[in-house]
Design a protein around this ligand. Sequence first.
Ligand code: ATP
Ligand code: MG
Length: 282
Amino acid sequence: MVHGDRLLNAHAASEERTAARDVVADADAPIIRVRGLVNRFGRQLVHDGLDLDVRRGEILGVVGGSGSGKSVLMRTLLGLLTPSAGAIDILGADARSPDPSVRRHIRRNIGVLFQDGALFSSLTVGENVQVPLKEYYPELPDSLRYELALLKVKLAGLPADALDKLPAQLSGGMRKRAALARALALDPPLLFLDEPTAGLDPISAAAFDQLLHTLRAALGLTVFLITHDLDTLYAICDRVAVLADRKIVAVAPLSELEKLDHPWVQDYFNGPRGRAARAART
Ligand SMILES: Nc1ncnc2c1ncn2[C@@H]1O[C@H](COP(=O)(O)OP(=O)(O)OP(=O)(O)O)[C@@H](O)[C@H]1O
Ligand SMILES: [Mg+2]
């Protein structure tokens, strides 16, 4: 196992020495920096001059009404959508660069859990986790790849026997963990999660939050976490960004956000559910 990790790391080190130079150069620089982002679909303007900084090592919660553009923001940061305007710096590289080596550097260093889970339904959990390993390390022997997948599955809090199951044979909560295992396959420093606890019962959701919190501490991850779950925000987010009026209207720790004089923020944090979530933490 350790051997497998070393092999991976050795490959990764040489590949990234060049690309990641900028990343380590300035540890205080934000890991994601967005300026003046504009996204439109036909006549619909989704983002209009959006700015955002994500700090290294933080769990940043991203909230906003349904349809406010959270998933579109995430897809833009991942380079899956081309914005109409704006600058995006991510992991020390320009996310809008057409240079394939830059795009590969970004993709290689990001783990993603999409809103709809998106595991390959015809592949077992273990095979799903091996997909990114195969893409980036095709020369790794099968046995090592299998061992690495097992490690990630355990890291995501699943029993070893989940490895050989198909997604349809797992509960919703286990599928989320399997998707997390795949997102962690390449040891990414940066993790994007879109509504990871949606559809889970409160106990499974709290367990998933705790898992994220532990992984962040153990692996030093930075986490961009889109969520509607107020309990998640209170339990694990260092700061929360509010997407409203086509912009990030505020980024702050919750204790400060609650005081913000913005109608959506007031409704959300000081409505009955917000008060209940806060009361549960104190
Ligand atoms: N590929 C697309 N083509 C056209 N319109 C799109 C596309 N993707 C998103 N939209 C529109 O952009 C807006 C923002 O969508 P987005 O999925 O980002 O919302 P969201 O904040 O993630 O909402 P939710 O909380 O419901 O997931 C919506 O009006 C949506 O219909
Ligand atoms: Mg969404």
